[in-house]
Design a protein around this ligand. Sequence first.
Ligand code: TXA
Ligand code: MG
Length: 313
Amino acid sequence: MKIEILPSDPDGLARAATLLSEGALVAFPTETVYGLGGDARNDRAVAGIFDAKGRPQFNPLIVHVDCVETAKRYVTWNDTADRLASAFWPGPLTLVLPLRPDAGLSPLVTAELPTLAVRVPAHPVARALLAQFDGPVAAPSANPSGRISPTSAAHVSAGLSGRIAAVVDGGACEVGLESTIVGLADAPTLLRPGGLPQEALEAALGAPLALHASGDPLSAPGQMTSHYAPGAPVRLNATDLRPGEKLLGFGKVDAELNLSPAGDLTEAAANLFHHLHAMDALGAETIAVSPIPDHGLGRAINDRLRRAAAPRP
Ligand code: TXA
Ligand code: MG
């Protein structure tokens, strides 16, 4: 099965929506990363997502919907969800809430957890596709499990061609990091740092978020270390260069590729996965990475880099 590369025009979107309603898998752009979409009500489609990615079935999926009202069909809503959704949806924020018993989703989506992760993406192509399909779309990042998330249609086809029906090409992703995940089934908890900075969430809540303890696999099952791995080993906080290494820089350094010569964290986030893919393609023996400040989007960048550098199983 050769992957169809669909343009993000009305014909391309109509084709993508038809494929989704037939239970086929379609990758599509969001502002964070490309998602691998399937009809969240269709067991066969959802099973196909796990299969195409080589993803363990205990790792649940995010369901993408077009608006808050639709999200409320699938989860039990609360005041904190209301506050965060009105501040940040559509956008790079995923909320984990109790799954409604009448949600009608495939049980594979939640890996049988009592909660569901939902998100309203902001990307115009994702929004147009969700509107046209008119149903809940389960979508993990469109990469083989354990590899770097895709921020372009070319990344998606390099990783998943032959395994999925189509990808809608919407150009490069603007944010470039996956969504921030906040658990709201109990006290508001940061489950995964991401494209929406923790500081912005805490300002909207007027209170600090609880931090997810990394030893607690059930509350964020996908947060294993050794994730987001490029092919080459990664060394962090590099201020010098060792034999065989190529530097992925940040700020004013002499580097093979630079996340942001100006030292801008938004620009660095947008470039991170693209540059990690590119460093691999350059054949670096080891990828050395400059220190990145640990505030704002820098926290999510450092989180992904730590996973990229973690010992491989
Ligand atoms: O930006 C994003 O979030 C992208 C785009 C496509 O929306 N999606 C994405 O999906 O990054 P994925 O599957 O690669 O990461 C979703 C994470 C996983 O770590 C998963 O374990 C966690 O969300 N998750 C999903 N449902 C959950 C739940 N009910 N409780 C806790 N964590 C959950
Ligand atoms: Mg992922």
